[in-house]
Design a protein around this ligand. Structure first.
Ligand SMILES: Cc1cc2nc3c(=O)[nH]c(=O)nc-3n(C[C@H](O)[C@H](O)[C@H](O)COP(=O)(O)O)c2cc1C
Length: 197
C-alpha cells in the first residue's frame, strides 16, 4: 500500500470531481489516498510523507491556476524524488481540434515550473453556465464558440459535461501501476528540502 496525495486547483469544481474519481480508483486498488484543494493545504504540508503525488489543474483563460504553478515550481525538488503525475482539465481537451492546444498548455506549464511529471492526463472539462455570472457566461460562450466550432449547438445551452470518466479511471489505474512499479525498486528519499508558497 502506498500513501498518495492528489492536490488540485479548481474554478467551478470539475477538477475537484476528477481528483475524487482518481482517488477512488487508488483506494479501490488498496492505496491510502488524500485529496486536497490547493487553497486548503496546511502551511506545514510535508510532501515527503507521501509516496507519490498527483497535481491537477484546470485551464482558465489559457492557463492553469497560479497557485498550482507556484506549488509545482517551489516543490519540484521533492516532487522529482518520487513518482508523480499531472492532470489537466479543459474545454480544449473535449474536442479533436483542441487537443494540440491542450498539449501546448501543458508544455507551457512544464516550462514555467521546470517540474517534469512521470505521467500526464488531459481531460475534457465542463461548461457550467448555471454557475457563471454575466461576464463569465459571455466569455465562455466565446471560448466555446472558438474551441468547439464542430459542436455549435453547445455554444449557448445549459450545463454540459465533457469529461470521459473511463479515460479518467484508466489514467488513475495506469498511474497506480507506475507507482507500484517504481516503489518496488526504489523508496523515496526522506532528506530533501521542501519549500512552499
Ligand atoms: C472563465 C473561464 C475561462 C476558461 N478558459 C478556457 C480556455 O482558455 N481554454 C480551455 O480549453 N478551457 C477554458 N475554460 C474551460 C474550463 O477549463 C472548463 O470549464 C473546466 O471544466 C473547468 O474546470 P474547473 O471547474 O475545475 O475549474 C474556461 C472556463 C472558464 C470558466
Amino acid at each position: 500500500m502506498s500513501v498518495i496525495l492528489v492536490i488540485y486547483a479548481t474554478g467551478e469544481g470539475q477538477t475537484a470531481t476528477v481528483a475524487e474519481r482518481i482517488a477512488a480508483v487508488f483506494e479501490d486498488l488498496g492505496h491510502d489516498t488524500s485529496t486536497m484543494n490547493i487553497n486548503d493545504r496546511p502551511a506545514d504540508l510535508a510532501l515527503r510523507e507521501y509516496d507519490a503525488v498527483l497535481v491537477g489543474a484546470s485551464i482558465h483563460a489559457g492557463q492553469q491556476q497560479s497557485a498550482i504553478v507556484g506549488f509545482a515550481r517551489s516543490n519540484r525538488d521533492v516532487l522529482s524524488t518520487r513518482p508523480t503525475a499531472f492532470f489537466q482539465v479543459s474545454l480544449a481537451s473535449a474536442t479533436e481540434e483542441g487537443r494540440a492546444q491542450a498539449a501546448t498548455y501543458v508544455e507551457e506549464f512544464i516550462e514555467k515550473t521546470d517540474w517534469h511529471p512521470d505521467r500526464i492526463g488531459l481531460f475534457g472539462g465542463a461548461l457550467r453556465y448555471s454557475k457563471y455570472g454575466f461576464l463569465k457566461r459571455l466569455m465562455m460562450k466565446q471560448i466555446a464558440k472558438r474551441t468547439m466550432s464542430d459542436m455549435p449547438e453547445l455554444e449557448t445551452s445549459g450545463d454540459v459535461e465533457f469529461t470521459d470518466w473511463n479515460e479518467v479511471e484508466a489514467f488513475a489505474a495506469d498511474v497506480a501501476a507506475f507507482v507500484d512499479g517504481r516503489l518496488a525498486v526504489t523508496s523515496p528519499t526522506t532528506n530533501e528540502t521542501e519549500t512552499d508558497e
